[in-house]
Write a protein that binds this ligand. Structure first.
Ligand SMILES: Nc1ncnc2c1ncn2[C@@H]1O[C@H](COP(=O)(O)OP(=O)(O)O)[C@@H](O)[C@H]1O
Ligand SMILES: [Mg+2]
Length: 425
């Protein structure tokens, strides 16, 4: 069933609020014969003042509706410029691009209903006005992917599992796709899985906590711990790590999703207090947060995945895949989960892109999990989520559902998003 391929741009700006990742994809066909190829990717950083404003709004600082409205339209301009800059870089005329899928900037996410005006209410808000994107680029833009799933009782997240399923499902291999953005999330795809057998959830913080600590200790001069330089210079404090690992979110059964509402400023304050209690220097605390990032993923695997599902490969994407200590720690901990307690002693050697580790988890004594960056599959780690939203936009444009109810908790499938048409020529 060969169909003509179309060009789709995916725009992703995640909870790290570091900037915009853009992916250009060529897509044809329909599931189960959908073909998607990543042609290029690029990213642009938000100017510091814009990033500060996004974080202020997303941290629920006192703000007015007027400010949210202005930020929505301004972000629309910035997203449109990122899309046009990507077209220039890829030497593709915007006229040739059929669609844009724009995730938008999440400024609020309450996945599970919480009391509001006497009613249990769940809601989510991604901004970056798509009408502006469509008008500036002349490209029909699909946005606002999450609400349709929530309207059906889902948490509106995670949505990338649909793309994970299309990209990574394997007849013989059980795979977990791990994305290390601001938040860490996994998609579990058992060997020869049907869509309803896929489970996915947020495991805890990824870069959000590390970034917040680095910004705090450098008084905003540094935004993240490049190549884990600070973390690697820190001491291990096992008791501190133990306390981090007692985070109640880790024990919550999936489906579950989280964000800046939980792992934002209030959490940073808690971790800083823990640091003082354990007399941790800044680098010690950054090290603990980095190790915690990896071990909270391993904890989720041990608790909710490995007892039920045989996993052969862990495929890692997101900015956190560039953090050598996170990757080394993942490998070390998967080799010996007892490291959950001893972890602080594990050497922070930089590990290669590809390695096989035996796993000694309950019932899986002889299993081995291979850890691979998504680039092994032709998807650079920083392009993965943007690529996924190009795919989701393509599906929506063809009126096909793309939430996985088993991942979001929705009681039915939904066609995700809203369409802002390009102005007529
Ligand atoms: N070389 C690196 N060393 C350590 N951390 C990195 C590196 N490159 C990127 N990161 C981390 O990745 C984060 C961005 O990840 P990203 O996947 O864009 O997250 P999000 O989807 O939440 O925006 C940065 O804030 C930083 O913490
Ligand atoms: Mg980002």
């Amino acid at each position: 069933m060969a169909s003509k391929s179309v060009l789709v741009l995916g725009l992703m700006s995640g909870t790290s609020a570091d900037g915009i990742d853009v992916a250009l994809a060529s897509i044809s066909g329909a599931p189960t014969h959908l073909h998607a190829k990543l042609l290029g990717h690029t990213s642009s950083k938000f100017p510091p003042a814009l990033r500060k404003e996004i974080l202020r709004v997303a941290e629920q600082a006192p703000i007015t509706a007027g400010e949210v409205s202005q930020l929505n339209f301004h972000l629309g301009e910035v997203l449109a410029e990122a899309a046009l800059a990507a077209c220039r870089k890829f030497r593709v005329s915007p006229k040739r691009v059929a669609l844009i899928g724009s995730h938008g900037q999440t400024i609020f996410h309450q996945g599970k209903p919480a009391p509001y005006l006497g009613h249990a209410t769940a809601s989510t808000l991604q901004i970056g006005e798509p009408s502006v994107i469509a008008a500036r680029t002349g490209i029909t833009t699909i946005s606002d992917f999450r609400p349709a799933d929530m309207a059906l009782g889902g948490q509106g997240a995670p949505l990338v599992p649909y793309a994970d399923y299309l990209l990574y499902r394997h007849e013989k291999l059980g795979r977990v796709s791990l994305n290390l953005g601001g938040i860490a999330n996994i998609t579990v795809i058992p060997a020869s899985a049907r869509p309803e057998q896929v489970i996915a959830f947020d495991t805890g913080p990824a870069n959000m906590l590390i970034d917040a600590l680095v910004a705090h200790f450098s008084r905003g001069r540094q935004r993240f711990d490049r190549d884990a330089r600070l973390a690697r210079s820190g001491r291990s404090i096992p008791a501190l790590l133990d306390e981090l690992m007692r985070d109640p979110y880790l024990k919550l059964a999936p489906p579950k999703s989280t964000g800046r509402e939980y792992y934002g400023h209030a959490y940073l304050k808690k971790v800083l207090a823990l640091g003082r209690k354990h007399r941790a220097k800044p680098a010690d605390l950054i090290r603990a947060a980095t190790v915690f990032t990896a071990l909270s993923v391993v904890d989720a695997l041990n608790r909710f995945v490995l007892p039920k599902t045989k996993i052969h490969q862990l495929i890692v994407s997101g900015g956190g895949a560039n953090n050598p200590l996170v990757m080394a720690q993942l490998s070390a901990a998967l080799r010996m989960p007892q490291a959950l307690r001893l972890a602080a002693g594990i050497p922070s050697t930089v590990v290669g892109a590809r390695y096989i580790v035996p796993l000694h988890s309950r019932g899986h004594n002889l299993a081995a999990i291979e850890i691979l960056p998504s680039s092994t599959f032709g998807i650079p780690v920083d392009a993965k989520e943007a690529f996924a939203f190009a795919l989701l936009a393509y599906e929506t444009f063809h009126r096909r559902p793309s939430n996985l109810p088993s991942a979001t908790g929705a009681h039915a499938s939904a066609v995700l998003g809203k369409i802002s048409y390009a102005p007529p020529q």
